[in-house]
Ligand binder design. Sequence first.
Ligand code: DGP
Length: 112
Amino acid sequence: MNDCIFCKIVSGEIPSNKVYEDDQCLAFYDLDPQAPTHFLVIPKAHIESARSINAGNCQIVGHCYAVIAQIAQDMGLESYRVVTNCGLQAGQSVFHLHFHVLAGRDMTWPPG
Ligand code: DGP
């Protein structure tokens, strides 16, 4: 998608601090980290939000979670939180599906 920041990161038009990449997804550190470890895992294909996941594209969600588990193992993360904000009120600011992975500090519940 032309005006999507994360599509531009996928294409390399906007640089990122890459953690992992394969043919389906990309992981990179968040610009505005909310924990000592904070990276994002995104599908390379443009999916607007969790609301847009359906039977035809849901395979990528499982793939992203498998990638998250592998990265967490590689980084030695004993505990981590995966967050997907869906919609403005939930805090979504970039409308390209992404999974925040946060680790390295105590997490509160419920989240704010
Ligand atoms: P959300 O608010 O849930 O839509 O999360 C979007 C996240 O994306 C936010 O934590 C900041 C991050 N972000 C926005 N623009 C960029 C960028 O250009 N590069 C990187 N690395 N992260 C970005």
